[in-house]
Ligand binder design. Sequence first.
Ligand SMILES: Nc1nc2c(c(=O)[nH]1)N[C@H]1C(S)=C(S)[C@@H](COP(=O)(O)O)O[C@H]1N2
Ligand SMILES: [Mo]
Length: 259
Amino acid sequence: MKRRRIDRRRFVARAAASAGSLLLGGCDALSRSDWFATKVLAPAERLSSAAQHLVTPRRSMAQEFSEADLSPHFRSNGTAMPQNAAYQALARRGFADWALAVDGLVENRARFSLAQLRALPSRTQITRHDCVEGWSAIGRWSGVPLAQVLARVRPLAAARYVVFHCADPMEEGNPRSTYYESIDMEDALHPQTLLAYELNREVLPIANGAPIRLRVERQLGYKMAKYVMRVELVESFDAIRGGQGGYWEDQGYEWYAGI
Ligand SMILES: Nc1nc2c(c(=O)[nH]1)N[C@H]1C(S)=C(S)[C@@H](COP(=O)(O)O)O[C@H]1N2
Ligand SMILES: [Mo]
């Protein structure tokens, strides 16, 4: 697998964030998101991966906001209701029979009910979501850190990536065309990486990915898989679907969508 990084985008985003936040407040800051700015700003010098790592270590935390910064409404994008009969049957019963499968390169493959996920240690964070379509929103997310779930299945040393298989088919009439995404172990173990089951103090709505959706806060919106049904640990995603690590990546988007 080729590792492609958007070093320039991340570098410029930081510069734009520090300049932009002084000038803009509230909704203005949102509509002119950092990501948006990086798209229209002139290209800066491209840093090598190593240099980039020194400037913005991946372990750093994404910015967290206060209640006062919350967007009045957290919109839905992409799928709002999976066209999947099995999913819809689970939804009708409030996901009481739903279970998350965690398998692949782990010592103990396991299934977790929603109640079991909710019983694990949780984290709440108010963060900004940036979509490549040019909108942003600030939401309050609660969920279980993915690291907590991984600790219970014990990844094998060979595991390098975590793949999220979703319920929603992306091509009409093709049940195998479901959305999927992936992240590396560094992001998987990051404290802000959550399997979120609450948005703005409410049970996660179906439009935003019920019963659980991924939050991986230092990346763009399309990485944040909704309707996650299965988490698979792999050494490479060469053999998974289009081989690029995600539904949008298979259409040419960057795999590492850092902001
Ligand atoms: N399963 C699934 N996950 C998905 C999508 C989708 O269509 N299906 N859209 C992605 C995109 S492009 C964005 S911006 C966010 C939107 O999340 P929201 O609906 O909570 O706003 O989810 C991401 N995760
Ligand atoms: Mo998006």
